[in-house]
Design a protein around this ligand. Structure first.
Ligand code: ZN
Length: 117
């Protein structure tokens, strides 16, 4: 997924959430998003795309806060939890490649602030 696609999805999701909270069309001043490391999102590109796409929407004054989320794995061989430094999914305890991934592919809207709330 490319950053402009993600930014556009976030902007529409934030507006849907505002409407669901009973504030359709309300100005949104802050959006916090959690992006997993596996998404390979370039933070600066996401920020730029967000700034371009938010024009003329209820988010035009919104600040984008990006929280990174590391990849986490659990070894199915020895049970050790670990965070692989790169996209190399080998258990750091025993070297087994038989691991379960527990995080890193998130793309979540964590919180947002609606003006006047
Ligand atoms: Zn292991």
């Amino acid at each position: 997924m490319h950053e402009p696609t993600i930014a556009a999805a976030l902007i529409s999701l934030a507006q849907e959430e505002a409407a669901r909270a009973g504030h359709p069309g309300a100005a949104i001043t802050s959006v916090t998003v959690r992006v997993g490391a596996l998404r390979a999102v370039v933070e600066e590109s996401l920020r730029l795309a967000f700034d371009v796409l938010k024009a003329n929407t209820p988010l035009e004054n919104a600040e984008l806060i990006i929280q990174g989320s590391p990849v986490r794995g659990t070894c199915r061989h020895c049970g050790a939890p670990f965070e692989p430094p790169e996209a190399i999914f080998l258990c750091s305890a025993c070297g087994s490649g038989d691991v379960a991934l527990a995080g890193g592919d998130e793309l979540d809207l964590v919180t947002m602030i609606i003006e006047g709330e």
